[in-house]
Design a protein around this ligand. Structure first.
Ligand code: SF4
Ligand code: MSK
Length: 649
């Protein structure tokens, strides 16, 4: 069994894990232990179940069969499996994007009182970008045309995704040369599944380039559309202060936790929990108010736009229920443990599922439809008020631990903050990078995984990066981890950042680590890089920029897809546990070396977060040297004891 300190570095999580151990309640960490040794064939990508002459397990080294019944080699099987993971990740993000566009159309057609265009400036910017006339037309008319254009991107049969035009010319040429130009979103997912069925594609190189193209469809398609349209529908985020960790739950209020990914319902929940009539109903039942908080990425969405507090990241979903203070846990799609429903047996909490795509056994299922979102949201609040009356105060244990943070950064906000509202520009950022005050930019994103102590890798990596003058941008559960660790505050610059980065943060009043949103919002990193290229002076393509990406505690297929679209866009990526490809030396070489010649970037696998940060810094330094940029303005002390301090602080 993993020791206590191997499970988490978050004090709130540790407090709840002690409670779980005392009460003999199982969590993800216990279930990981119960797996004993995990299957090596699965871990290395060597198991094929694509037809039923199999399942086949193969090896390259003669430990067993070297080919499947059909003759597929390890190289083929590993590459095929990777493409399937990426197709699944693309499907998840893109289906999310599609739902947001559908909600935009509901708003534009005036079919729901709760959905309205709140991001007018973004709507107009997108209309201009896509050639939609604004002359004499209402916002709803413009939104309707935009929504239809974007919805067509999913089922597009001919041509390329419109957003690929946002990429620098060099990236577009790379994609064309490698057969990687992303086409219709659904088409790439379907083609990826077809090409990997029994007896279709067996060329590992061809399969891996198809995997890159499929991932690009997510990054420049489904996810980017999801982000853009969320900004139109729910409003563009702006920097705001909020709080994070389990201590945001309130003993004397109705607590509703949203968990999952899609903002369509969670955003409506914000309004419902502030509704005066419902607040009066809660007070009549003895509650002091209604407290909405979140877990995972749907929480990031409403944090960014409304300052709603975050109760925790991925590995805290069960621990939150164990506080005994959650009246309703509202789940939609992605990253939701089926195990959550079991907590209903020990606690009064009601788990309510809402997506027609995701039902859970023993939950109350209230299917969510855009047209009736307000009624559903009010019903959920009433369920929570009802559950509150059954809360057993003797079982309530809320760790008194929470942390302040600043969130709400976007591509637009960064340029406004740096250049000013009337002259928004990336020039000051590029200047700071050119001068060596900021060494480069790193995107640190992704999940928790019980194979690593929760949050430890995120914190150690990000501290090492900012200490070395690298500005960090974050999304997803990684951003929540660093929020809990106090890194998303302007004060963190004084405590942890190198001198040059400190000067920039102090001058502009920003944290050294910027929260950019949820997992689909990784597309914001792509568009921010496009702005940096367009501004000039630090490289005319993504692969020349002094930037790098990482996902130190990843666990989801979506994370593989994100990593692949970063790499295929020219941004090298380091991840913690390796991809499930180590059964094929060809595939490992292709991902870690050959992709450089196709896209100018590669994957790297490094479980030690500080060593991984050093690899990113070395990569950034190589890019700086290629651009003839000077070394960092201030020398950063670099010695083994500093690495240890960064890893454990
Ligand atoms: Fe085995 Fe080939 Fe069927 Fe895969 S496709 S299960 S390797 S026979
Ligand atoms: S929620 S995909 S655990 S980041 Fe987006 Fe967190 Fe990873 Fe889910």
């Amino acid at each position: 069994m993993a020791e206590r300190k191997q499970r988490s570095v978050d004090p709130a999580s540790l407090e709840m894990l002690d409670l779980a151990a005392a009460a003999e309640i199982q969590t993800a960490w216990d279930r990981l232990d119960a797996q004993k040794t995990q299957c090596r064939f699965g871990r290395e990508g060597l198991c094929c179940r694509h037809c039923f002459m199999g399942p086949c397990r193969v090896t390259e080294d003669g430990r067993g069969a070297q080919q499947g019944v059909c003759g597929a080699t390890a190289d083929t099987i590993v590459a095929r499996n990777l493409l399937r993971h990426i197709a699944a990740g693309t499907a998840a993000h893109s289906d999310h994007g599609r739902e947001i566009v559908r909600a935009l159309l509901v708003a534009a057609e005036g079919k729901s009182p709760v959905y309205q265009i709140r991001g007018r400036a973004k709507l107009h910017a997108l209309a201009d970008e896509f050639g939609i006339s604004r002359e004499g037309r209402s916002d709803n008319e413009i939104a309707k045309e935009l929504g239809k254009l974007l919805l067509d991107e999913f089922g597009k049969q001919d041509g390329e995704l419109v957003n690929t035009r946002r990429a620098p010319e060099a990236q577009q040429k790379n994609w064309a040369r490698s057969g990687g130009v992303p086409r219709g979103i659904d088409r790439e997912v379907v083609t990826g599944l077809h090409t990997t069925t029994m007896g279709v594609d067996s060329d590992p190189e061809h399969l891996l380039l198809a995997a890159a193209r499929t991932a690009l469809t997510d990054g420049w398609g489904g996810s980017m559309i999801g982000t853009d349209v969320s900004d139109v529908l729910f409003g563009q985020p702006h920097p705001l202060r909020a709080r994070v960790n389990l201590g945001v739950l309130k003993k004397d209020e109705v607590n509703i936790l949203v968990h999952g990914h899609e903002p369509t319902l969670s955003d409506v929940m914000v309004a419902a929990t502030r509704d005066p009539a419902l607040l009066a109903e809660a007070r009549a039942k003895g509650a002091k108010g209604i407290n909405l908080a979140g877990i995972c990425c749907t929480a990031n969405e409403i944090l960014m736009r409304h300052g709603v507090p975050i109760a925790g990241n991925f590995l805290q979903q069960e621990l939150a229920l164990m506080t005994g203070a959650v009246d309703v846990m509202l789940v939609d799609v992605q990253c939701v443990f089926p195990a959550l429903t079991e907590f209903q047996r020990c606690f009064h909490t009601k788990v309510i599922s809402t997506s027609p795509k995701a039902d859970f056994r023993e939950t109350l299922h209230l299917p969510f439809h855009e047209e009736t979102a307000w009624e559903t949201a009010k019903q959920i609040v009433r369920e929570a008020i009802d559950a509150f009356t059954r809360r057993e105060q003797g079982k309530v244990h809320i760790p008194d631990i929470q942390q302040g943070l600043v969130a709400g950064f976007t591509k637009e906000v960064v340029s406004e903050i740096l250049g000013g509202r009337y002259r928004p520009s990336y020039r000051p950022l590029n200047d700071a990078i050119q001068a060596g005050r900021i060494r480069g930019v790193a995107g640190v994103v992704g999940c928790n995984n019980p194979k690593f102590p929760q949050d430890e890798c995120h914190l150690a990596m990000v501290k090492e990066l900012i200490r070395n003058e690298v500005l960090v941008v974050q999304t997803g559960c990684s951003a929540i981890a660093c929020g809990k660790g106090g890194l998303l505050t302007p004060e963190a610059a004084e405590r942890y950042a190198g001198k040059g980065l400190q000067e920039v943060c102090r001058a502009v009043g920003i944290p050294p680590v910027l929260h950019l949103g949820s997992c689909v919002d990784n597309s914001r990193i792509l568009t921010a890089c496009a702005e940096m290229v367009a501004e000039g002076g630090i490289g005319d393509s993504f692969d020349k920029l002094p930037v790098a990406g990482a996902a130190p505690e990843w666990m989801s297929e979506k994370a593989i897809t994100i990593g692949m679209y970063f790499v295929a866009s020219g941004i090298s990526v380091v991840i913690g546990q390796s991809l499930p490809v180590e059964g094929s030396q060809f595939v490992v070489n292709f991902l870690t070396r050959t992709l450089e010649k196709h896209f100018g970037a590669t994957w790297a696998f490094e479980p030690d977060p500080v060593a991984a940060a050093r690899r990113m810094i070395d990569h950034i330094d190589r890019k700086r040297a290629d651009l003839s940029l000077p070394p960092p303005m201030y020398e950063v002390p670099y010695a083994p004891q500093h690495l240890e301090a960064a890893a454990t602080a």
